[in-house]
Write a protein that binds this ligand. Structure first.
Ligand code: GRF
Length: 237
């Protein structure tokens, strides 16, 4: 059989990741736990859902550190309960968003974090963080994206009168709530729903799909480094 390969076909970007010389350095053995750094601004129930999934053997990962920005939040208490180091980086102590993100990146590196998981992180992020972990930052958002981006997503859904709401796990890019979608779950909106009842129904699904989506990106790593770019994204019924 003759080969139709041209010189362009042999450029580094076209070499299969499975035989790429950087593979060994970049990707640890397939069965090694994902090293997670979780960022939270409030309650931390999603942090706890991830910790529980790890304990239950549903997610092969370690939470190396929790970074939080509001003193005294419940997420920090949950980290203590689970024996996870918690680092307070109070955004009020930093003049610029970039300075906060530099401190975050330094902390994540110090704890040898591989994947960054935003679990209710309520600050806008800058290229300082995004460029330090390209395609390795995951967020959970309480709407079926691309609907209802940004703050007050559940309120937006109620105001719009939608009959189906839900949550989305996605990769983080500079534009808010706009990165590749990894997984989604839907819930009904009931006629007498309030913000609290609808958010509670959505959170049940968040706690189910967040660990699953993290496992999904872990599997993409095993497959040879697609880095969870959103290919293979899933809807969970
Ligand atoms: C969740 O609803 C998540 O979708 C949003 O912030 C909320 C965090 O909840 N990004 P918790 O702090 O994990 O309980």
């Amino acid at each position: 059989m003759t080969s139709n390969l041209t010189s362009a076909d042999t450029t580094p970007s076209l070499i299969s990741p499975a035989i790429h010389p950087n593979l060994i350095a970049e990707y640890p053995p397939a069965d090694s736990p994902l090293k997670l750094g979780i960022m939270a601004s409030g309650n931390g129930s999603n942090f706890e859902a991830v910790a529980q999934a790890i304990q239950d053997g549903q997610l092969n990962a370690q939470i190396k550190v929790l970074i939080y920005n509001n003193p005294g939040i419940k997420a920090a208490a949950r980290a203590e309960k689970w024996g996870v180091p918690a680092v307070l980086l109070n955004h009020r102590d930093y003049k610029r968003r970039e300075d906060l993100d530099t401190a975050i990146v330094d902390t994540l590196r110090q704890y040898e974090v591989e994947w960054v998981v935003m679990a209710g992180w309520m600050r806008l992020v800058t290229p300082v963080l995004i460029d330090a972990f390209p395609d390795r930052i995951i967020n959970i958002h309480p709407s079926l994206l691309p609907s209802f981006k940004g703050v007050r997503a559940v309120e937006q859904a109620l105001e719009a009168g939608v009959k189906i709401a839900g949550c989305t796990v996605h990769l983080v890019c500079l534009e808010v709530d706009s990165g590749s979608i990894l997984m989604q779950a839907a819930v009904p909106v009931l006629p007498d729903d309030t913000l609290e009842t609808l958010h509670a129904r959505i959170q049940v699904q968040e706690h189910r799909i967040f660990p699953q989506a993290i496992a999904l990106v872990g599997q993409s790593r095993k497959r040879g480094g697609e880095r969870g770019r959103g290919r293979g994204g899933e809807v969970v019924h």
